[in-house]
Design a protein around this ligand. Structure first.
Ligand code: XMP
Length: 327
């Protein structure tokens, strides 16, 4: 729409003023809509003086890394620095089943990997005399209000600790989405021609599939969950329900086995739980009354196509008392 064009043009001009003719900016991409739209706007403003960093921690769903590495780059022409950190995350998560412990490890490793990439990318700019490095963030208006933040930009001193960067290099935030709500961000994303899968992606937790495997996270379990999740999402989309459903986690009960029968033989596989919910803001949620025929297709396909899964169960718990995620 015309308003969205104005918003983009305004932000581009503002960012060009803020960053200046020489400044370098860096933006972490998560696979979600906010960071993608923020990066796309900044790319329009300063071109190749923006470097995007994508940490592939191996905890995304099927196709999501490719959406960033291939489709987002094709749509924007952005300069992308990919860090394949899959093995590092698996090593760090080995033997860990506790949900909070997993979250801490994933968060910690993410910061370490991102900061190493940051030091590499911005170290070069600093070596050429840059005094300020710009860090792009997809902060939305509700986040600004919630944190009581005022107008303008803030410096983030904590980033001085990033190893490999000069002590006196200052970081300044660039937040192109500070005045926008989520639905407006999606409109801007469409305006900028970003891939629909990114623009319309339902909420997905930062720790990713790591907190949808109940038990230890291993490569094999991630592959099982990715396959089951892809089928569930495909059937939801095919039924035209994507925009009615807030999100639909698929959870692998990796430490549980149940007996089944397939073909001539008994199986001893894992159950998955599907958790479709409706919600306005994720603070509360209701379990979604998916049509039986959609549930039937999800169940049949998962048990037919994912060898290790022999049972599909439905979570019919509201939030509260349940949370949306299982961990
Ligand atoms: P819960 O499970 O608390 O989730 O009902 C509420 C919403 O937050 C998402 N979620 C997260 N998002 N990092 C995130 O960025 C996280 O660690 C995280 N944990 C939960 C969840 O998917 C739901 O949309």
């Amino acid at each position: 729409t015309w308003t969205m064009v104005n918003i983009v043009e305004e932000q581009i001009a503002r960012i060009q003023t803020q960053i200046g003719a020489e400044g370098h900016a860096i933006c972490g991409l998560s696979g979600g809509v906010d960071s993608a739209v923020a990066a796309a706007i900044v790319q329009r403003a300063i071109g190749e003086r923006l470097t995007c960093v994508f940490v592939d921690h191996g905890l995304l769903r099927k196709g999501e890394a490719e959406q960033v590495e291939r489709d987002f780059v094709a749509a924007t022409g952005v300069d992308l620095h990919v860090v394949d950190a899959q093995q590092r995350f698996l090593d760090a998560l080995a033997g860990v089943s506790d949900p909070e412990e997993k979250r801490k490890i994933i968060g910690r490793e993410f910061i370490r990997v991102f900061e190493a990439a940051e030091a590499e990318v911005l170290g070069a700019a600093a070596a050429e005399g840059a005094k300020v490095a710009f860090l792009v963030q997809g902060t939305l208006y509700p986040d600004v209000v919630e944190s009581g933040g005022g107008a303008g930009t803030s410096n983030i001193k904590s980033h001085h600790n990033v190893g490999g960067l000069p002590e006196d290099l200052e970081f300044e935030l660039v937040e192109p989405l500070r005045t926008l709500f989520k639905d407006e961000v999606r409109l801007v994303g469409e305006q900028l021609g970003l891939p629909a899968e990114i623009v319309w992606r339902q909420p997905f937790p930062g720790p990713g599939l790591g907190i949808r495997i109940i038990g230890e996270v291993t490569r094999e379990r991630l592959d099982i969950l990715r396959d089951a999740d892809a089928i569930a999402r495909e059937e939801l989309t095919r039924a035209g329900l994507d925009r009615d459903i807030w999100q639909m986690p698929v959870v692998l009960l990796a430490d549980v086995r149940s007996v089944g029968v397939q073909g001539d033989g008994r199986t001893y596989g894992h159950p998955v739980v599907i958790r479709p919910v409706t919600s306005e803001d994720a603070m509360t949620a209701d379990w979604a009354r998916l049509p039986y025929d959609v549930l039937e297709r999800i169940s049949t396909r998962i048990t037919n196509e994912v060898a290790e899964v022999n049972r599909v169960t439905l979570d019919v718990t509201s939030k509260p008392p349940g949370t949306i995620e299982w961990e």
